[in-house]
Design a protein around this ligand. Sequence first.
Ligand SMILES: Nc1ncnc2c1ncn2[C@@H]1O[C@H](COP(=O)(O)OP(=O)(O)OP(=O)(O)O)[C@@H](O)[C@H]1O
Ligand SMILES: [Mg+2]
Length: 380
Amino acid sequence: MEHESGAPAPAARLTAKQLQQRVQDVTADRNQLLAIFASMREGVIAVDQQERILHINEAAADLLGIAAADSIGLSLAGVTRLRPFYEAMLKTLQSSTPVTMEAPFGLHGRELTIEITTRPLHVGGGAQFGAMAVLYDVSELRRLEAVRRDFLANVSHELKTPLTAIHGLVETLIDEPDMDRATQGRFLLKVQSQTVRLTNLITDILALSRLESQPDSLRQELIDLRDPVAESVQALAPMADAREVSVNIQVPDTPVPVAGDREALRQVVDNLLDNAIKYTPAGGRVDLRLVLDAPDAQLDVEDTGIGIEPHFQSRIFERFYRVDRARSRELGGTGLGLSIVRHTVMAMGGQVAVQSMRGRGSVFQVRLPLAPPAGSPPKA
Ligand SMILES: Nc1ncnc2c1ncn2[C@@H]1O[C@H](COP(=O)(O)OP(=O)(O)OP(=O)(O)O)[C@@H](O)[C@H]1O
Ligand SMILES: [Mg+2]
């Protein structure tokens, strides 16, 4: 009697348990797979032969500007504005042909470049039941490639200009041996100034490339920031005098300790001060103010010069960028100074900013984290 109406036989109970285990395993596998898809930076999207969405991860939904959860079962044509992507999927569905391509795509006012790869979907070796695509935003990659290309073109151009000048000057000196000594002297001085320019340019390029490829290569000495500021003011005083620009300096009575590379910091102050003097007409003034503003040290370099219009202010920190190319070149500039400033300050954990008004003047502000002074007692 017990057997007929009681609990199931032991063998059957075991099978149910196994079944439950199997379901749990499959669910776990599925959740793992979904977690993997969800965490991918690449967008993944799968559709059936009728172009209905079977699966879409967050990254793909973001790229296509749709909500992942609401789009399952919807027709692909209805959810995407990325036409080349839709056409690639269609081709893969219709002819089992994988497609790899890049397409421009405007999203939320940004111009993106999307890499699209599609593949047909089969179960085992069976019939095709749909297609899948991987979407990858390669905009940043392409932008960096363009920056690199521009950089190379700029470097070549900047090197060529002084070399062409030197070539012409030397050629004339060779062709005209009877040239009077005074003219000869003038030519040689020009050759000299062009070689100085070439050397400066190459020094700057090397400094920048070192900062970019090995930002950690900067030394970490304990420095009193008042020192590079004072040194810089002293070194550039003759230039300021010659241009009739007065330079005033205001520093605290106590040390301003930062951990950094002394040479590199000196170059930061040199570049900012050089700009302030260069871009300020005679009779103007430049103020350097160093203040302790815990947890940072703050250096302001303020001038009463020509100023910078708002739409140029973010660009002047780019390599080779100059608001007025001809004017900067005339002053011996290559447009690398502020780029070096920014890279150096960032490598030391700081920030640089600018405030400026055209015709009024500019303030460049550097903030660097203060270091505990040397010999400060270790924390208990
Ligand atoms: N204090 C300033 N006042 C007005 N314009 C400035 C000032 N500092 C920089 N600029 C603008 O920003 C541009 C970029 O400055 P940056 O120091 O990088 O290059 P540069 O001074 O032209 O050349 P380099 O520093 O290589 O000698 C300058 O060409 C100039 O147009
Ligand atoms: Mg400069």
